[in-house]
Design a protein around this ligand. Sequence first.
Ligand code: HEM
Length: 367
Amino acid sequence: PIYWGNLLKYPGWYVTGYEEAITILQDTRFKNRTPLPQTSKKYEQLKNIQNDMMLFKNQPDHKRLRFLVSNLFTPRMVEHLRPFIQETVNDLLQQFQNKKTMDVVSDFAFPLASLVIAKILGVPQEERYQFREWAASLIQTIDFTRSRKALDTGNAITIILRDYFNELIKKRKHSPEEDLISLLIKEEQQGDRLTDEELLATCILLVIAGHETTVNLISNSILTLLKHPNQLMELKEKPLLIEGAIEECLRYESPTQMTARIATEDIEIHHTTIKKGEQIYILLGAANRDQNKFHDSHLFDITRNPNPHLAFGYGTHFCLGAPLARLETQIAIKSFLAWKDNLQLAASDLQWRKLIGFRSLNELQII
Ligand code: HEM
């Protein structure tokens, strides 16, 4: 469950066990930090922005930042988006009503996730498609397999997004609207508020964190259901199983496969001593298939209950967007399955993107 490895030249402790993963994720002596090369001057801007993101902050800074944002990013705010999400799903499916094939990734999941996050942040309607293009390139910057080329692209796009959001923030400071940026500008708790740098980093974090993962969850869910026709049939017969079905998709094909921490002192975990400064890679996807935690862990079972998977992480950094991702995916999958009869995979040889941190299809053609 914990072993020393060197996957793709990243030496460190690899954690595959469920209990070991939650022990580490709830122990604040294991810290989070940006995965960018520490020494590189070239990515200074990108690094500065990432350092201001709550994802890479530690206590007490993390608590402060998360409190200011989570006050606004509530399940109630998410529930308000239900009509917009449903309408967007209907529009996207409508466009493919008479077409023979559809790529679930680029024609459905990606535009949906993108338009929803753009709506939340208050990106004007006419700019949402451009915004989508930028967002698509960013995921590489936080994966561990990032190449120089991916980092250069990520760096350039982060700078574009920085300028874009700085402009939007300036506009919203003068004329606030109902969107999250306007609310974050106004938000003050116990005499504290976000700095301009933190506001910018939060916008970019929401674009990255809220995007690819949701695209992957929607695409992986459709793939997994189509590959398990009995489970699919059961879901069609009992639509109330949708919530459990999405939880099982999160466990079975976890969109985020890995997260990382660094030890701030020598720490003994389950008979293993992790030394100060050593890296720990927590394989969430593996923990979610741990036989010691999940009965028949390699079986896809939409009625699995309880299902305490770690797909959204665990502890203080537990995914802030989980209610949004769940709502978006439930609406998307329900509508998708009702859209046409006899949906089938167009090909059996699927291409997964070469990322370690994310379970991500290149495309998913269906007929
Ligand atoms: C954190 C997964 C969707 C915003 C996380 C973490 C995981 C995760 C595993 C914890 C990382 C760690 O501990 O190192 C997912 C998955 C999603 C999803 C699988 C979709 C299926 C979203 C969405 C948003 C979002 C839609 C927002 C729009 C965040 C933020 C954090 C986070 C802000 C950092 C929280 C913190 O540091 O306190 N997510 N996420 N995520 N996620 Fe998500």
